[in-house]
Design a protein around this ligand. Structure first.
Ligand code: IVH
Length: 677
């Protein structure tokens, strides 16, 4: 075998492995390797492909990002019409749908029903030839859609090649699959949160964001949006495919397509109706926005035989959820101050019930939105609640105006600190630029201690507010010098609570550099970027010295983020935080120190017992020093004890040591022993 043969074999194995890991991550939500390991595999593949561009095929996992499209998308004719659905609004409507069909065909009684969530996204049609994704299209008018292949290739839940698992079923030579593309509510909120903190315009709702993302001419933009899919139908195939809807879903899943696990097989109509009836109370727990349920005849031949009315197949019906849109009065507009000082407006509403929840506040996105929609104080506004996320105002009901409505004025000062607010040219956001603003401090602390950052257990928003308000904590570094007695002066703090919190803060010192970088809350630097930065810079000092040019050599760091990083480190208040963190010993390095060669540590093989109060070192500090120098610390003196470290007012351990003839050291002698005197 030649070297090229070897490389080609490795290339094929890598592709298979990467496809599988990508599938486990994006479809099964069950990764078995770390992101770093995944990157390593992908980089190895990229290296081989760079040396052999002739081996690159469109189903390679490196081929998700494509070229920018011309000024518009090509039209594509669908192999079969991409149908729509007729609507039902209640159980009676569902029964009428069933009865109508029963009159047309008695076999209905023998067919089970499949009940699926009706995801509020966009239909996409995915074409596979010999198992390779060759084209992806929008629904368009149902006959002709737009070719958005390059964009769909960036969606990681979409398999580039099927079966994803080599042991899965072999698809027919041609297969077209229908799926719904969407953004989960959680991803949508996170995306908007990120944009808001970065001072950029936020998106109005998940569906429009998904639609807009799929119609970007530059696939790189689509790739940056958290799109995903769930598949539910085979549109065309040139070979045998399952005869029922239930088996189709299982088949799609076996091929590697994501399929919702909320789908139910119901043997009777009554069961299908009760699944639909229960759904409105469950939908808040679903990860995506759904606007109803779909009931489908399980027998696909029967469904096809029943035919269509207009564009609606008789064999399925959409059961719409009650709309979660209501109108209410906008009593006032308030503003929030974010971690980076971004000021965002929110609606203070006359309380109103939407889908079983009383809503009092809603997001107004940004000040431009208020101006564009001409939203006025006391306006009647249309409001929507999606999932369990913050409701949003859609716009004013202009026809309901009485004349008492007043246009909104953007505040001139920060509501938390009273300092003037500023609009950075080119950004939609307004900022409070006062580094000492208490609202920002609270948000900063919240982020600093949050799970993806330093993950300090037990430090919730209430305590963070107490720390900030009491003045005990003026910046994030102050957390590490908080004293037990100080905590005990705060309301609700007992000894146990204080000790637990101190222990949690103590263990946060050991968090890796990537977490600390994320914790700092630099605009545009989240978990992933922080991990990348920690790979290039061994500590915060080196990072603080990086220039905009240096930073941009890192993949994923553009000019804006690079500038934000440099700006963050240039601010005196932040410099002070770094100095304090270093002094407090919160100074992780990303390149682990080489383990000391055996026999090179001064206390190797020695066992220490500490007794009494040392003049300068706390017990913990002494213990740490002993351990860091290769020694062990135990509680009781025995023949095996090498040294007793003796402080003032020792206990019985001193007597015991003297009895056994154990050597005794004071602090100074101990420090001399480890070369620190
Ligand atoms: S079935 C014949 N199933 O709802 C097949 N549609 O008007 C007809 N949708 O735009 C569609 N989830 O994009 C079907 N589980 C699901 C669906 C679903 C969402 C959308 C679809 C279409 C609309 C139906």
């Amino acid at each position: 075998m030649t070297m090229a043969d070897d490389q080609q074999k490795r290339l094929l194995a890598l592709r298979e492995e990467i496809h599988l890991h990508s599938y486990r991550y994006h479809v099964l939500d069950d990764p078995i390797i770390s992101d770093a390991e995944f990157d390593r595999l992908l980089n190895e593949l990229k290296t081989i492909e760079a040396a052999h561009p002739e081996w690159i095929t469109p189903d390679s996992p490196t081929q998700r990002a494509g070229a920018v499209a011309a000024d518009k998308f090509e039209k594509v004719r669908h192999p079969n019409p991409i149908l729509s659905l007729s609507n039902a609004f209640n159980s009676q409507d569902i029964r009428s749908w069933y009865e109508r069909n029963l009159k047309l065909d008695e076999r209905i009684q023998r067919s089970a029903l499949v009940v699926e969530p009706k995801i509020d996204g966009l239909t996409v049609v995915l074409h596979y030839r010999n198992g390779v994704l060759v084209q992806g299209a929008t629904r368009g008018d149902g006959e002709i859609g737009e070719d958005i292949t390059a964009n769909l290739r960036t969606v990681r839940a979409i398999p580039l090649r099927i079966p994803v698992d080599p042991h899965g079923p072999q698809p027919p030579a041609y297969l077209a699959v229908r799926a719904e593309a969407f953004i989960t509510l959680q991803d949508f909120e996170a995306l908007n949160h990120r944009l808001q903190e970065a001072g950029e315009k936020t998106y109005l709702n998940p569906r429009n964001t998904a639609a807009g993302s799929l119609r970007q001419l530059d696939p790189a933009l689509t790739a940056s949006r958290p799109l995903t899919i769930l598949s539910y139908a085979i549109v065309a195939a040139d070979g045998p495919v399952p005869a029922t809807q239930w088996d189709t879903l299982a088949y799609l899943k076996a091929l590697g397509f994501p399929v919702s696990d909320l789908i139910r097989l119901c043997p009777t109509l009554d069961e299908a109706i009760s699944v639909c009836a229960a759904a409105p109370t469950q939908r808040d727990q679903w990860p995506f926005e759904a606007d109803g349920m779909v009931i489908k005849l399980n027998d696909l031949q029967l469904a096809a035989d029943l035919g269509i009315v207009g564009k609606d197949p008789r064999g399925a019906v959409a059961v719409k959820f009650p709309a979660r849109e209501v109108t209410t009065r906008l009593q006032n507009i308030g503003v929030n101050v974010g971690r980076t000082g971004v000021i965002t407006p929110f609606a203070i509403l006359e309380p109103v019930e939407v889908g079983g929840v009383v809503v009092r506040q809603a997001t107004l996105h940004n000040f431009d939105f208020i101006a564009e929609k001409d939203i006025r104080i006391l306006d009647r506004v249309l409001l929507k609640r999606a999932g369990d996320v913050i409701p949003y105002v859609i716009g004013p009901i202009v026809s309901a105006r009485t004349g008492e409505e007043t246009p909104y004025q953007i505040p001139t000062t920060c509501p938390a600190c009273g300092q003037p607010i500023e609009n950075i040219p080119g950004e939609v956001a307004w900022y409070c630029v006062n580094a000492a603003c208490p609202a920002q401090l609270v948000r900063n602390l919240e982020h600093f201690v949050s799970r993806p950052a330093l993950d300090i257990n037990g430090l919730g928003i209430k305590i963070v507010e107490q720390f900030a308000e009491s003045g005990l904590v003026r910046d994030v570094a102050d957390l590490f010098t908080l004293k037990r007695e100080q905590m005990l002066t705060l309301e609700g703090f007992g000894e146990r609570k204080a000790d637990n919190l101190l222990a949690a803060i103590e263990s946060a010192r050991q968090q890796p550099l990537a977490r600390l970088i994320n914790a700092l809350g630099i605009r545009g630097v989240g978990e992933v970027m922080a991990a990348d930065l920690a790979k290039y810079y061994p500590d915060l000092e080196m990072l603080s010295r990086a220039s905009v040019e240096d930073l941009q050599t890192i993949e994923g760091v553009g000019p804006n983020i690079a500038a934000a990083i440099v700006d963050w480190f240039s601010r005196p208040a932040n410099q002070m935080v770094l100095t304090k963190l270093k002094a407090a010993g919160v100074w992780p390095t990303s390149i682990p120190p080489a383990p000391p060669a055996p026999g090179t540590q001064p206390l190797e093989g020695m066992t220490f017992v500490i007794t009494g109060t040392l003049p300068n070192l706390s017990r913990d500090q002494a213990r740490e020093l002993i351990q860091n120098n290769g020694g062990k610390v135990t509680d009781s003196v025995s023949k095996k004890t090498s040294y007793l470290l003796l402080g003032a007012e020792p206990g019985s351990k001193l007597t015991k040591a003297q009895e056994l003839g154990v050597k005794i050291l004071d602090e100074a002698a101990f420090l001399a022993l480890i070369g620190k005197a």
